[in-house]
Design a protein around this ligand. Structure first.
Ligand code: BGC
Length: 448
């Protein structure tokens, strides 16, 4: 039996997914292509040549998936809306069939007492917008706000709280700087406009949502940054990394300014894309909550050769690893949350953990059960760390685990399994894992 944790009244339990990772049905009912359809079709872009063409077939099997959520006793479900299902070309003609899908899903969730918490953008930009420059183009921010307005007009009568963007840092770095994710650009520091335009899009959309009385969050991938040693050069490198990974995506929202990126040779205008008034547009609407996606800390050392980036990543030694090879450091979550409170003080809105989980190489055993004890240990450890942060006075309102289902893990295809529910991608059979029962019991013990 899981331990009951000391958490604030009304604490919300949830699970998260994202459209391209679970929906499939990429050509159905008028959906337009997204950057992930195009990227995954490129030879060698995704492990085993996998794509999201079918994924978990959630588009057709969503009632079964909502039933699994009900079985868990979830208070909330975080999913994302595929922009190109709603606006096949990113702007202009509306695909009502696409909106209908999310309409049915929202009603299905509510019928089971689960609050829908949609994310408007989880990396699947309509390809038509990418053809016009994607997030490197300022226009995309305005198109995003129009899309947000359209969706909220349709679903807003039943959806109280919205997440604008998922992990703009990861999308900028993997998508535009390194080319590991769609759209596969390799621009290194020239990718910075993708950060600014995502944040501008957030601000413009947040203004629309808040004007209509909705709650707004953003889900950021945040990491505690550890200098590899106390040497001045390592400490400076860690500060530079912290500025890029964390502060670049929280300072403008919470403080209305960009952090010092001089270590990258970049000024406050991020290479010229920031226009007067932009920071007001980003910070002005305010946030009702900060979504935090936490997976692991990052250890950073000074670069060994001059001329490149002002940091290198160093191994974190002596800790367990997930199947993905990521270090398992539960207390990093407490450190991160307390650090955010200390850094931003009164400017920090309440926090919701919008993602936390791990990949385990788990398959059903001969008895048909999936024994994913490493996931149970991972979740239990991180929830203890969350409760410790709450005990230290951090305002945390909810925890959404990643993920409800095994799914399309981006460049890793179907090789990394993050779900509480095992998915057989040949047959689409769903098998709740041991962690599903554990999470269900944990939630139940808090709802008494
Ligand atoms: C993303 C998810 C992803 C997960 C595990 C997060 O960065 O938001 O889409 O599946 O991490 O890699």
């Amino acid at each position: 039996m899981p331990n009951r944790l000391d958490l604030p009244a009304g604490f919300r339990w949830g699970a998260s997914t994202a459209a391209y990772q679970i929906e499939g049905a990429v050509d159905e009912d008028g959906r337009g292509p997204s950057v992930w359809d195009v990227f995954a079709a490129r030879l060698g872009a995704v492990r085993d040549g996998a794509t999201g063409r079918v994924a978990c077939d959630h588009y057709h099997r969503w009632p079964e998936d909502v039933e699994l959520m009900r079985g868990l006793g979830l208070d909330g479900y975080r999913f994302s809306i595929a922009w190109s299902r709603v606006l096949p070309a990113g702007a202009g003609a509306v695909n009502v069939g696409g909106l209908d899908f999310y309409d049915r899903l929202v009603d299905g969730l509510l019928a089971d007492g689960i609050t829908p918490m949609p994310t408007l953008f989880h990396w699947d930009l309509p390809q038509a917008l990418e053809d016009g420059g994607g997030w490197l183009a300022r226009d995309t921010a305005y198109r995003f706000a129009e899309y947000a307005e359209l969706v909220v007009d349709r679903l807003g009568d039943r959806v109280p709280a919205w997440i604008t963007l998922n992990e703009p840092f990861v999308h900028m770095v993997f998508g535009y700087a390194l080319g590991i994710h769609a759209p596969g650009r390799t621009l290194m520091l020239d990718a910075l406009p993708a950060a600014h335009h995502q944040l501008l899009g957030h601000g413009l959309a947040a203004a629309v949502l808040r004007e209509r009385g909705h709650e707004v969050m953003i889900a950021n991938n945040l990491t505690p940054v550890w200098p590899a040693s106390e040497a001045e050069a390592d400490v400076a490198a860690a500060a530079a990394y912290d500025a890029l990974h964390n502060r670049l995506f929280t300072d403008p929202l919470l403080l209305g300014s960009y952090p010092d990126l001089s270590a990258y040779g970049v000024g406050e205008d991020l290479g010229g894309c920031v226009r007067p008034g932009d920071l007001k547009l980003i910070a002005g609407p305010g946030l009702d909550g900060l979504g935090v996606n936490y997976y692991n800390p990052t250890r950073i050392a000074a670069p060994t050769e001059p001329g490149g980036l002002p940091f290198v990543e160093a191994e974190i030694e002596g800790v367990p690893r997930t199947a993905f090879g990521w270090p398992v450091v539960p207390d990093g979550l407490r450190e991160l949350l307390v650090g955010l409170r200390d850094r931003y003080g009164a400017a920090l809105p309440p926090i919701t953990i919008t993602e936390n989980g791990c990949s385990v190489a788990d398959e059903p055993g001969p008895d048909g059960t999936v024994h994913d004890q490493p996931r149970i240990d991972f979740l239990a450890g991180h929830l203890d760390a969350l409760a410790a942060a709450v005990a230290e006075g951090v305002d945390v309102r909810g925890y959404f685990t990643w993920s409800l289902l095994d799914n399309f893990e981006w460049a890793e295809g179907y090789q990394q399994r993050f779900g509480l529910v095992h998915v057989d991608f040949e047959t689409q059979v769903r098998t709740p894992k041991a962690s599903y029962a554990w999470y269900r019991d944990l939630i139940a013990s808090h709802q008494k």
